[in-house]
Design a protein around this ligand. Structure first.
Ligand SMILES: [Zn+2]
Length: 410
C-alpha cells in the first residue's frame, strides 16, 4: 500500500475518534438538566443539585477544550512530520536501537505530558478547588508529577527496552517473549501493587480495632472470606472524594478503604461496600479480568509482529528507514479502532460484573445499606444522576446509579 494512503488512514482514525467522542459528550451534556428519576429523589437538595449541574457543565466545557486542543496538536504533529523530526534527533545521539527507542518515546511522552500539565493544574486547582473537592497542595501536585515521571522512566523504560531487545534478537517471535514479559509483570503488579507502588504516593495504615473492624470481621467470617489485610489509605491528602478497592489474590489479597469513605459512611454502609468488593473476589472477577486482558494483549502483540516490519508504516510517518519505534507508533493508531471495540465489550463485561457484585452484597448482607452508601458516594462527588444511555454504554465501567438501585430493589 502507498504510504500516503496509510498517512490519511491514520489521520482519518484520529479525527473519527475525536468526532465520535465529542458527539457522545454532546449527547450526554443534553441530559444535564433532565429531571431527577423518582428512585434518586432526595439525594440532592435544590442547592446541591444546582451545584452538581454547574460542576457537570464546567467539566464538560473543560474537556471539550482539552480534547479539541489535543487533537489539533496531534494532527499538526503528523502533518509537519513531527515523528520524523524526533527520529532524526535521537539518531544523531545514538546508533543503538534500544537507546534510540527509549529516547524517542521518552521525548514524545515527556513532551505530551508537559503540554498537558497546565490543563491538569487547572483541573485540580481551579475546577476541583471551586467545588470543594481539592485537598492537594502545590507541593503534593509537583511531587506526584516527579514520582510519576520517575516510575515511567524505570518501569516503562525497562519494559520497552526489553521488548526492543526481544525484537532485535528474535524478530518474528518477539511477540511471544514480550507477551510472557507483560504477563509476568501484570501478575506481579496485581499481587504487589499495594505493597510497592501505593506507598510511593500514599500512607496506608492497618484498620484500627473498633466497631468497624469488628463489623467487617463478622461479615467476612459469615461468608467464609479470610482477610488479614484491611488498610486505610490517606485519600484525603488529595481529594474529598471517597473510594474503596480490592487488590491482589491469594495471601496478598487486601482491602483498601479511603479515610474519606470512613468519614462519610456509616458502619453498615461501609460493610455493604466491602461486601460488594468481596463479591468481586468470590465471583472470580479479578481472575477473569486478568486472563482476558492478557489474552487480548497476546492477540495485539501477534498482529503487531505481522505488521511491524512493513516499511510502509514508517514511510507513512515520513521516515524512510523502517524502524521499531516508528512502526509501533503507526501500529498503535491503526489498531486503536480495534482496541476501542474490545474496550466497548470489556465495559459491557465490567458492568455485568458490577451487577453480580451488587447482588452478592444484596443476598449476603443488605441491599438497603448498599443503596444508601451508593447514594452518599454519588452525592459527595456531585455525580451525574442522568447520564445518556449511549454514553454509559461506551464510557461507563459501572452501571449508572439508577440502574444499580433498580437492580438492588428488584
Ligand atoms: Zn465493583
Amino acid at each position: 500500500m502507498n504510504p500516503t494512503i496509510v498517512f490519511y488512514i491514520l489521520i482519518g482514525i484520529i479525527l473519527f475518534k475525536y468526532f465520535f467522542d465529542t458527539y457522545l459528550d454532546y449527547l450526554n451534556a443534553k441530559h444535564f438538566n433532565d429531571p431527577i428519576p423518582l428512585e434518586l429523589e432526595g439525594i440532592y437538595n435544590e442547592e446541591e443539585y444546582k451545584k452538581s449541574q454547574a460542576y457537570k457543565k464546567e467539566n464538560h466545557k473543560f474537556s471539550t477544550i482539552v480534547s479539541g486542543f489535543s487533537v489539533l496538536i496531534t494532527v499538526l504533529f503528523f502533518i509537519f512530520d513531527g515523528f520524523a523530526f524526533v527520529d532524526t534527533i535521537v539518531r544523531s545521539i545514538s546508533n543503538n536501537q534500544i537507546i534510540i527507542t527509549l529516547l524517542f518515546f521518552g521525548i514524545i511522552v515527556f513532551a505530551s505530558d508537559l503540554i498537558a500539565l497546565p490543563f491538569s493544574y487547572y483541573k485540580t486547582f481551579v475546577i476541583e478547588e471551586k467545588y470543594g473537592f481539592n485537598k492537594s497542595t502545590l507541593k503534593t501536585f509537583i511531587f506526584d508529577k516527579i514520582k510519576g515521571w520517575l516510575m515511567m522512566v524505570i518501569i516503562g523504560g525497562g519494559i520497552l527496552a526489553l521488548i526492543t531487545w526481544f525484537y532485535q534478537a528474535t524478530t518474528n517471535s518477539f511477540w511471544l517473549y514480550s507477551w510472557a514479559l507483560i504477563a509476568v509483570f501484570t501478575i506481579f503488579m496485581n499481587l504487589f501493587y499495594s505493597k510497592l507502588i501505593v506507598p510511593i504516593f500514599n500512607k496506608q495504615t492497618p484498620l484500627e480495632a473498633g466497631d468497624l473492624k469488628t463489623a467487617i470481621e463478622n461479615f467476612s467470617k459469615k461468608v467464609g472470606f479470610k482477610i488479614d489485610n484491611i488498610f486505610v489509605i490517606d485519600g484525603s491528602k488529595r481529594s474529598t472524594k471517597a473510594n474503596a478497592y480490592f487488590s491482589g489474590f491469594g495471601a496478598q489479597k487486601r482491602i483498601t478503604l479511603y479515610d474519606t469513605l470512613i468519614n462519610d459512611l456509616e458502619t453498615d454502609e461501609i460493610v455493604a461496600v466491602l461486601a460488594h468488593e468481596i463479591g468481586h473476589y468470590k465471583k472470580k472477577h479479578i481472575i477473569y479480568n486478568l486472563v482476558l486482558s492478557l489474552l487480548l494483549m497476546g492477540v495485539t502483540l501477534y498482529i503487531l509482529s505481522l505488521l511491524i516490519r512493513n516499511s510502509v508504516l514508517s514511510q507513512a510517518l515520513g521516515v524512510e528507514q523502517p524502524s521499531f519505534h516508528i512502526g509501533l507508533i503507526a501500529f498503535t493508531i491503526l489498531y486503536s479502532p480495534i482496541s476501542e471495540i474490545t474496550g466497548f465489550f470489556m465495559n459491557i463485561l465490567s458492568r455485568k460484573f458490577e451487577y453480580q457484585a451488587d447482588n452478592y452484597a444484596k443476598y449476603n448482607f443488605n441491599e438497603n445499606a448498599l443503596i444508601s452508601a451508593l447514594k452518599k458516594l454519588s452525592k459527595n462527588s456531585l455525580s451525574n444522576l442522568t447520564p445518556n444511555s449511549l454514553y454509559v454504554k461506551f464510557h461507563y465501567s459501572h452501571p449508572s446509579l439508577l440502574q444499580r438501585i433498580l437492580n438492588l430493589k428488584k
